[in-house]
Design a protein. Structure first.
Length: 236
């Protein structure tokens, strides 16, 4: 790796540090939940290593602990992650061609996407791959380490600081909301996000709370691809 590439990786790492305010408490929470569900520390770490999908991991552990059939666990996990159908194509136009993107996209999470969607257009094309590598790797490694710590010491931490247990579930959603809010200045994104929120409320109010989030995500993704605006008229 050249000196310039190393510098771009470090820039990505540095700019992704604010994301850790959401990643650390939620990964600790997942490690604790996984242990309480009967998984070992290394099984919890393997889930964070291989699935690495936030809400899907909590769903996975809960459904496995409840004895749900494997096909249903897989189907629900895929449904929750349908939002990535929007994420990937939106970043593709700013990413240089590389054979490594297939595996590097494993590091594309909600928060990494929100950060990359803002920063990639501002970076020279030669720096984009290295920048994304640094940002995605930092988030992934911290998520795995947080899972291990939560699995081994989560109960001790929440017993010592009870407030920690109360705020952990809200840290990641709060972080994501602050990062996605600027997207409301774009008509297409505003409509898609509004459709997602309205759909989630509709499904929840009509008693479909267990599948409200994945169905709402699917509605938002469909809305995003169906809505078209003329160039130069897509901002509020």
């Amino acid at each position: 790796m050249s000196h310039a590439s190393t510098r771009s990786v470090l820039k990505g790492v540095r700019e992704a540090i604010p994301l850790l305010g959401g990643y650390i408490p939620v990964s600790l929470s997942f490690g604790l939940v996984a242990t309480q569900a009967g998984l070992t520390t290394w099984e919890a770490a393997a889930i964070s290593l291989l699935i690495y999908a936030g809400a899907s991991q909590f769903l996975f552990v809960g459904m496995v602990a409840a004895g749900s059939p494997l096909w249903l666990v897989v189907a629900m996990t895929l449904l929750i992650n349908v939002r990535h159908v929007v994420y990937g194509p939106n970043l593709a136009s700013w990413l240089p061609p590389s054979r490594h993107w297939l595996w590097l996209m494993h590091g594309l999470t909600d928060q990494v996407f929100a950060l990359a969607h803002t920063r990639l257009p501002q970076l020279p094309e030669a720096e984009r791959f290295s920048w994304f590598l640094g940002a995605a790797l930092l988030a992934w490694v911290v998520w795995i380490v947080g899972t291990i710590v939560g699995s081994t010491a989560g109960e001790a931490l929440t017993a010592r600081w009870p407030l920690l247990g109360e705020i952990m579930p809200f840290a990641l959603p709060a972080l994501f909301l602050t990062m996605v809010a600027p997207r409301f200045t774009d008509k297409r994104w505003a409509l898609a996000l509004s459709c997602t929120i309205a759909s989630a409320l509709f499904f929840t109010l009509y008693g479909w709370s267990n599948v409200a989030i994945p169905l709402a995500a699917a509605c938002g993704a469909i809305c995003f691809y169906m809505v078209k605006f003329h160039p130069g008229k897509n901002t509020l």
